[in-house]
Design a protein around this ligand. Structure first.
Ligand SMILES: [Zn+2]
Ligand SMILES: [Zn+2]
Length: 82
């Protein structure tokens, strides 16, 4: 399981990996861990933030996550490429 949070210190804080998003609407099951022996399954609401613009991507993380929204990487790549 890989951590899905971008741009945070691997040695600090909590890591999150998506298990399944087929649960109740607007929620997903995540694995949360601090270290290899300390993992919990948690159900979290989806992050409500979408990229700006009429067809902006939705964020694929959970509400109140740390680090960037998943679409922010793509936005920055576009900005740096132009
Ligand atoms: Zn992490
Ligand atoms: Zn987000």
């Amino acid at each position: 399981m890989r951590c899905q949070l971008s741009a945070h210190d691997e040695d600090e804080g909590e890591h999150f990996g998506l298990l399944t998003d087929t649960g109740a609407y607007g929620t997903a099951l995540w694995l949360r861990w601090h270290g290899p022996d300390d993992a919990q399954v948690v159900m979290l609401p989806d992050c409500p933030m979408a990229a700006p613009g009429p067809d902006g991507d939705g964020c694929r993380l959970f509400a109140d996550h740390t680090a960037q929204h998943t679409w922010q990487d793509a936005v920055e790549e576009v900005l740096y490429a132009s």
